[in-house]
Design a binder for this molecule. Structure first.
Ligand code: ACO
Length: 336
């Protein structure tokens, strides 16, 4: 057997050394939505916990939100953009089919030495990106990786469909990962998918199956379709299971976790997860009341806000867990 040249290399840990986030200035409240569709502030708040969301302007593509979040993460990490070896941009609302959105971000932030690609895992994309970054760092391929979760969902929401349009918002969050001898960093990750359930949450048109403007575009619009009840059910089951498994993998008990950062889709989903894990809600980071569901950005923005507001300190354990179209889900335990 030929010897594996990597076999005797020590596995390098990957730590999050900086975070950043950005949401557009324009606030759309539930009262604003009452003017668009038959809904009410009372219905939206009681069913979802959402009070308002941010909406990007026509001049702000996803890469703009992503670049601002990335810039903030670079400053927070105290590095220069030239030090970044790889940019992974998780998004389901890329600026264009190609070039990838990460390439646009690269130019906007001046990360001239980075390789760039996008990652498609809907709302789960940021944690898929964090695990991908960890693998590149562990293998020694790259030193410094920028992971971004960014989405401009306002562009793919059907603003006449009250079942979906009240739920979503625009934004971006980012993290810089690098080996740091002071921390164990990403301790364990789980990723999962179930393609059989693709049609409970998807955008039928616009891709190669049903090109935008093609003959079937009326039945296959380039807007999101969702079976809310099914999505809700699977979101709770998958995120509870992924949380339990990753805690086991990391050898960390729920009591040791300083902060739980779940996907920000619906307060009732988060409460159901807290209930099933038997953890009090005050240990869960929640900001969906202000931003709605920002898809790949949601957990990344929540991570940044939790870190900056002192919800956890260096050495604390945090758990992030996400769920999205695909279906996809992921969970990560990090020593901060
Ligand atoms: N305003 C008023 N009434 C509404 C609205 C609205 N905006 N939307 C739906 N309704 C109505 C429905 O038409 C239905 O009326 P009917 O009984 O006459 O048919 C009624 O409210 C109840 O509908 P339900 O679907 O039972 O409401 P539910 O309590 O399940 O809440 C919701 C709906 C909020 C969508 C919930 O199912 C949910 O959060 N699902 C998960 C959504 C999610 O997480 N999606 C994204 C995850 S992945 C990703 O982030 C891309």
């Amino acid at each position: 057997m030929p010897s594996n040249p990597l076999a005797d290399r020590p596995v390098r840990t990957a730590s999050i050394i900086g975070t950043g986030s950005y949401t557009p200035d324009r606030v759309m409240t539930n009262a604003d939505l009452e003017k668009l569709v038959e809904t009410s502030d009372e219905w939206i708040q009681s069913r979802t916990g959402i009070r308002e969301r941010r909406i990007a302007g026509p001049e702000q593509p996803t890469s703009d939100l992503a670049a601002r979040a990335a810039q903030s993460a670079i400053e927070n990490a105290g590095i220069s953009a030239e030090e970044i070896d790889l940019i992974i941009c998780a998004t389901c609302t890329p600026d264009m089919f190609f070039p990838n959105t990460a390439c646009f971000v690269q130019t906007k932030i001046g990360a001239v030495n980075a390789a760039c690609f996008d990652l498609s895992a809907a709302c789960s994309g940021f944690l898929f990106g964090v695990e991908t970054a960890r693998q590149y760092i562990a293998s020694g391929t790259y030193e410094t990786v920028l992971v971004i979760g960014a989405d401009k969902l306002s562009g793919i929401v059907d603003w006449t469909d009250r079942n979906t349009c009240v739920l979503f918002g625009d934004g971006a969050g980012a993290a810089i990962l690098r080996h740091s001898p002071e921390s164990r960093g990403v301790m364990a990750s789980r990723m999962g998918s179930d393609g059989r359930l693709a049609e409970i949450l998807y955008i039928p048109g616009g891709g190669s199956a049903h090109p935008a403007g093609g003959p079937t575009s009326a039945e296959n619009p380039v807007t999101m379709k969702m079976n809310g009840r099914e999505t809700y059910k699977h979101a709770v089951t998958a995120m509870v299971s992924a949380s339990q498994k990753v805690l086991e993998d990391a050898g960390v008990s729920p009591d040791e976790v300083a902060c739980f950062i779940p996907h920000q889709a619906n307060l009732r989903i988060i409460e159901a997860i807290a209930d099933r894990l038997n953890i009090s809600m005050d240990r869960f980071m929640v900001n969906l009341d202000r931003y709605g569901n920002t898809s790949a950005a949601a957990v990344a923005i929540a991570l940044d806000e939790a870190a900056r507001s002192g919800r956890f300190q260096r050495g604390d354990k945090i758990l992030m867990v996400v769920f999205g179209g695909g279906l996809t889900w992921a969970s990560t335990v990090v020593e901060w």
